[in-house]
Design a protein around this ligand. Structure first.
Ligand code: GLU
Length: 332
């Protein structure tokens, strides 16, 4: 008898498992959010969004079983901003995190050598501010832009936002890579280790504050962030709506003995006009309805303000699916 019951119950289990699996397979829609290096803040943004999507989906499915589409989200590590925009354009990614300068240039087609023109790019919301930082090795004697001359500098991997922004910075100072002793293209997860190992003297990184990757070299081997307030930087900020002066406050890292001033951008979440309104609406709803929880996912998100998130750092038009939600909630 026991045997019969156990064989009935195991067939039942197999039946339930098969049924629910095929049910999920039928109704689940998968989408991906491109982020940045695994030690960056974009990776945290993407994964926080996926977490909120999973949270709202399980709550809604508990209430009205099977009536809504089930979204399944992944947020893989990628090369960064311009890589993400390119992959959204190809339809390989549905969303991505991107610096506001590259969002602007992709939408307007103003730097085709650095990011492909993409008229169908759409903004979803902006997240945290990202100062462009030059982090110098302890003992490198680097104090400012001019003292980078002849040094070994990591200018970032192709596809990253910092790589493009570093190139803009060189152009605005009237120099090219020949200004430095040598340049490398290490990724954001490799650069701090290389700095501590004295393989490089400095690296450029556009990233939210605080960041574990930067801390690896500041707190780990005494590296420090330099001020960037040259005339060329002042002109960049004055001439471009997507740049602003930014401060890395004293005390952020072990070597932050005083406030450091540089220029920066906003991290923004972008998508394509081809992504369905329904999906963009679901993502925005998941984030905005769980904003308190979202803010707790990383210290860089602590000050997220919904009014600013739908305005600041957005130069591509908002996606209609996002607009629908913002209007419903009286944010627009
Ligand atoms: N701003 C960097 C980029 O666009 C990524 C920074 C991060 O991963 O947080 O590639």
């Amino acid at each position: 008898m026991k045997k019969i019951i156990s064989s009935i119950s195991s067939s039942l289990l197999i039946f339930i498992a098969t049924f629910s699996f095929s049910n999920v397979a039928k109704s689940a829609e998968f989408f991906s959010i491109g982020t940045g290096g695994p030690t960056g803040v974009y990776f945290q943004v993407g994964n926080a969004i996926c977490k909120m999507v999973a949270k709202i989906q399980s709550a809604e499915h508990g209430r009205k079983k099977g009536t809504d589409k089930a979204y399944r989200c992944s947020a893989p590590s990628t090369g960064g901003s311009t890589y993400n925009i390119g992959q959204i354009m190809e339809g390989e990614l549905q969303f991505g995190v991107a610096q506001s300068d590259w969002q602007y240039h992709a939408y307007n087609g103003t730097k085709p050598d650095k990011v492909k023109p993409f008229n169908n790019l759409r903004a979803v919301f902006s997240a945290h501010p990202e100062p462009f930082q030059i982090i110098a090795r302890k003992g490198s004697k680097i104090k400012n832009w001019d003292s980078l001359k002849g040094k070994k500098v990591n200018i970032g991997n192709p596809g990253s936002g910092q790589r493009g922004t570093f190139e803009v910075l060189m152009e605005s100072h009237g120099v090219d890579t020949g200004f430095f002793g040598s340049t490398s293209e290490l990724t954001s997860s490799e650069q701090s280790g290389a700095l501590c190992d004295k393989k490089i003297d400095a690296f450029g990184y556009t990233v939210g504050v605080p960041n574990a990757g930067v801390a690896q070299s500041t707190d780990g081997c005494g590296a420090y962030i330099i001020d960037l307030q040259t005339d060329a930087v002042k002109k960049l900020v004055a001439d471009n709506p997507f740049y602003a002066f930014a401060t890395i406050p004293k005390g952020t890292y072990k070597t932050s003995k005083k406030d450091v001033t540089t220029f920066g951008v906003m991290a923004s979440v972008v998508t394509s006009a081809d992504v369905p309104d329904e999906l963009v609406y679901a993502v925005v709803k998941a984030v905005f309805e769980n904003l308190d929880d979202f803010r707790k996912q990383h210290p860089a998100f602590a000050n997220l303000d919904p009014k600013k998130m739908i305005k600041d750092g957005l130069s591509a038009p908002l996606h209609p699916g996002a607009v629908k939600y913002y209007k419903e909630k009286g944010l627009m």
